[in-house]
Design a protein around this ligand. Structure first.
Ligand code: GDP
Length: 296
């Protein structure tokens, strides 16, 4: 990452040569480069503004150590701040409750909720040795329920079948009872998504959240959405006490700017990244790797 960034900054960095300390005026051009890189990575403007301010605050007055060139010092600050703004160390999933721990999946249709529910079940079974129950509350799309049932079959997770005509609240409380009786450690609740933000959908999921008191309420968002992810993230974080984000489709050609924007808007850590369509394509999110991708 330092090589990539150094390449990008090479001409600007030369102008910093010989400076003993970083000042507002001598880092101006370099910061313009950072800003351009973030715009190209599709980061939302308010997030860029906050970020540049933070870098400026830390960099100005920064004494340049013997071993580093002033340019390298600035690159270091940019990288560190990028990692910090995305949450610093990787954020662990919270299952620290009396079982079953409920994980509620929220997001727009097509974001990757159902697929991520299946992937997460697999990850929890394999990496954390948990007994997982999958339940679908997407009563409007029978295909989505079938998709989740199939994912349960493929991963070996249990699947809770709702009765026809049951409402999401009824399904999830019945599933919770079932999970208690059968000693499941985790219950993953997939919810209905719409193509756009919609009052009825927000009310429904907010009611589910109050009923289930999830250990994790994940906002699932497609990295390819770029700046559009901002409005969706805002609406969901206002309607729900989110605890984390799952950023999907990072295997596509998205530059990853959504990571920064979504973090900025929700203030919540990105806990997982979707990196392939297949069931093994979910990984804990690493802010440092994403920093390299954004600035690369
Ligand atoms: P939902 O409507 O939010 O439940 O979305 P789905 O889980 O049905 O996902 C929508 C589409 O995105 C499906 O074709 C998934 O295979 C695909 N998808 C989800 N996550 C990823 C990912 O991380 N990478 C790739 N390449 N495709 C994904």
């Amino acid at each position: 990452m330092f090589d990539n960034l150094t390449e990008r900054f090479s001409s600007v960095i030369k102008t910093l040569r010989g400076e003993a300390r970083l000042t507002e005026s001598n880092i101006k051009d370099a910061l313009r480069e950072v800003r351009m890189a973030l715009i190209e990575a599709d980061v939302a403007l308010p997030a860029i503004k906050t970020f540049i301010e933070r870098v400026k605050e830390r960099a100005v007055g920064h004494e340049v150590m013997d071993k580093l060139s002033p340019g390298q010092a600035l690159v270091g600050v940019v990288h560190e701040e990028l990692v910090a703004i995305m949450g610093g160390d990787k954020a662990e999933i919270n299952l620290n409750v009396t079982p079953p721990a409920v994980i509620l999946m929220a997001g727009l249709q097509g974001a990757g909720k159902t697929t991520s529910s299946g992937k997460l079940a697999k990850w929890l079974m394999e990496q954390k040795k948990k007994k997982v129950l999958l339940v679908s509350c997407d009563v409007y799309r029978p295909a989505a329920i079938e998709q989740l049932a199939l994912l349960a079959e493929q991963t070996g997770a249990d699947f809770f079948s709702a009765k026809t005509g049951q409402k999401p609240a009824e399904i999830s409380t019945a599933a919770l009872d079932f999970a208690r009786k059968h000693h499941h450690d985790v219950i993953i609740v997939d919810t209905a998504g719409r193509l756009g933000i919609d009052e009825a959908m927000m009310q429904e999921i907010s009611q589910l959240e109050q009923l289930l008191k999830p250990a994790e309420t994940f906002f699932v968002v497609d990295a390819m959405q770029g700046q559009d992810a901002v409005n969706t993230a805002k609406a969901f974080s206002e309607a729900l006490p989110l605890t984390g984000v799952i950023l999907t489709k990072l295997d596509g050609d998205a530059r990853g700017g959504a990571a920064l924007s979504v973090r900025h808007v929700t203030g919540k850590p990105i806990k997982f990244a979707g990196v392939a369509e297949k069931l093994t394509g979910l990984e804990p999110f690493h802010p440092d790797r994403m920093a390299s991708r954004i600035l690369g």
